[in-house]
Design a binder for this molecule. Structure first.
Ligand SMILES: Nc1nc2c(c(=O)[nH]1)N[C@H]1C(S)=C(S)[C@@H](COP(=O)(O)O)O[C@H]1N2
Ligand SMILES: [Mo]
Length: 198
């Protein structure tokens, strides 16, 4: 599969590929609010709910059978490290949204995860091909501690906007805040504006 390089996305937001106040690392640290939740491949299901024409429920096999792409992206953690050139394989947010049919009154999105984590973004901020539901990292299954079997990546935002262990996306008619957004992290999370805290 060919790799789409989207590491030039920063040009939309700032002058430098590594956002201000960030340091490049070659490691891939793990940041989770708690432990790594278990998952059962037999009973796991991914749901698309809320303001959509058709709510969806997909098994892992069905999800990974959707049209996928591999992208080279950068990863920016709000605690100050950036990891460049990560290769993630997954389904784009706009593709999933199209499958469900987003209603006209949808304005916001909440992601749900197996560990009870949630995170939110305005719909227009999600409707970009770089927002991936990813199950592979650098050609292998996404490591469990990094969100396997499935996680979201948001290269245009700090990484807390990307839910690890994601198992649901909910389309909302009004904005709501997720786990860290209620606890002092920025709701907007733009790395080039250094939107770290609110
Ligand atoms: N489900 C879930 N997703 C999550 C988190 C979490 O605790 N639970 N932590 C977030 C935070 S604060 C960051 S910085 C990134 C870290 O991803 P990593 O552990 O793969 O580096 O995941 C985000 N997604
Ligand atoms: Mo984080």
């Amino acid at each position: 599969m060919s790799v789409e390089d989207v590491t030039d996305l920063y040009e939309e937001f700032g002058d430098d590929r590594v956002p201000p106040g960030q340091r490049e690392t070659s490691k891939f640290p793990v940041l989770s609010k708690g432990g790594t939740p278990s998952w059962d491949p037999e009973s796991w299901e991914f749901t698309v709910t809320g303001a959509v024409d058709e709510e969806l429920s997909l098994s892992f096999e069905e999800f990974t059978g959707l049209d996928a792409e591999t992208q080279r992206q950068d990863f920016h953690c709000v605690t100050g490290w950036s990891k460049l050139d990560c290769e993630f394989t997954g389904v784009t947010f706009p593709h999933l949204a199209e499958l469900a049919g987003v209603r006209d009154d949808a304005v916001h999105v909440m992601f749900h995860a197996l560990d009870g984590y949630t995170t939110n973004l305005p719909l227009e901020t999600c409707m970009r091909d770089e927002v991936l539901f990813a199950w592979e990292y650098d050609g292998d299954d996404l490591p469990r501690e990094h969100g396997g079997p499935l996680r979201v990546v948001t290269p245009h935002k700090y990484a807390y906007k990307g839910a690890k262990w994601v198992d649901g996306v909910e389309f909302l008619t009004e904005p709501e805040r997720g786990y860290w957004e209620k606890r002092g992290y920025s709701n907007t999370a733009d790395p080039w504006a250094e939107d770290r805290y609110s």
